[in-house]
Design a protein around this ligand. Structure first.
Ligand SMILES: NC(=O)c1ccc[n+]([C@@H]2O[C@H](COP(=O)([O-])OP(=O)(O)OC[C@H]3O[C@@H](n4cnc5c(N)ncnc54)[C@H](O)[C@@H]3O)[C@@H](O)[C@H]2O)c1
Length: 230
């Protein structure tokens, strides 16, 4: 977005994630690296270490509850996932929406859902529920904020080549398919590319942030190589 000329407010926990997250947590150095990348484009950035799940009024307890029967997969903490993905998205929109209204220059809010938010991710009931919630939240906010000319949409990436796609994530998916081979089809893309690059998602986010999408609101845009259409 900075490449496209946007100034950025960036928040990240930049610290240890709950133990149920099976890949390396982002560090303050990672956040500093993001600041540098934005500044290198000549744009401004205001960056802060924030736990989005704890901001505002909804301070959820951060516990990994675990689901021993189906909990072999990815994240084990239902409440952690809800705190970050649902309450965190709510907190972030609530922190910004009034300021966008007060600015009086219209606006565009984009929530990051997932292919799991339209289809499902087996053995990740919490993640699936949270990403379905993100899409629902975007639609509900769109209906409220439209009168202020603020658009609200969600994007639904399939697999993306980030830290989340590293660690034990791919292995866990493979083990799930080993247990239930009939699940294999569910992640079959139409396109030859299995995973997108982060920039591919950013392109869609930039389009939604731009005037070029000025009549698009309450939409859920899939960027998943077609795999949710199977
Ligand atoms: N990578 C994928 O395959 C994929 C697919 C579909 C959707 N998504 C979604 O895209 C978004 C970005 O995913 P990613 O792959 O870049 O993941 P990531 O884990 O690489 O990055 C997530 C970032 O969020 C930060 N974070 C975690 N908890 C936080 C908290 N409580 N407060 C503030 N910051 C916090 C982390 O420190 C990290 O920098 C997520 O919403 C994810 O669900 C990812």
């Amino acid at each position: 977005m900075a490449d496209e000329g946007a100034d950025i407010i960036a928040v990240d926990i930049a610290g240890k994630l709950p133990p149920c997250v099976p890949y390396d947590s982002a560090t303050p150095a990672d956040l500093a690296g993001t600041v540098q990348l934005v500044e290198d484009t000549g744009q401004k950035i205001l960056a802060a270490v924030v736990d989005v799940g704890r901001a505002g009024h909804h301070r959820g307890q951060r516990r990994c509850l675990g689901t021993p029967d189906v909990g072999r997969h990815h994240f084990r903490g239902f409440r952690d996932v809800m705190d970050i993905n649902v309450t965190g998205a709510w907190n972030t929109v609530m922190a910004g929406a009034q300021k966008i209204i007060d600015g009086g220059r219209d606006g565009s809010i984009i929530l990051i859902s997932s292919a799991a938010g339209i289809k499902m991710q087996p053995f990740m009931v919490h993640y699936t529920a949270s990403k379905r919630a993100a899409t629902g939240m975007a639609r509900a906010f769109a209906s409220e904020l439209g009168r202020h000319s603020i658009r609200v949409n969600s994007v639904r990436p399939g697999p993306v080549n980030t830290l989340m796609g590293s660690g034990d994530m791919i292995g866990s998916l493979g083990r799930a398919i080993d247990i239930y081979p009939q699940l294999a089809q569910m992640i079959t893309p139409f396109l030859p590319t299995w995973a997108a690059e982060p920039e591919n998602i950013a392109d869609a986010v930039c389009w939604l942030a731009s005037e070029e999408s000025k009549n698009v609101t309450a939409a859920a845009i899939s960027i998943d190589q077609g795999m949710t259409q199977y």
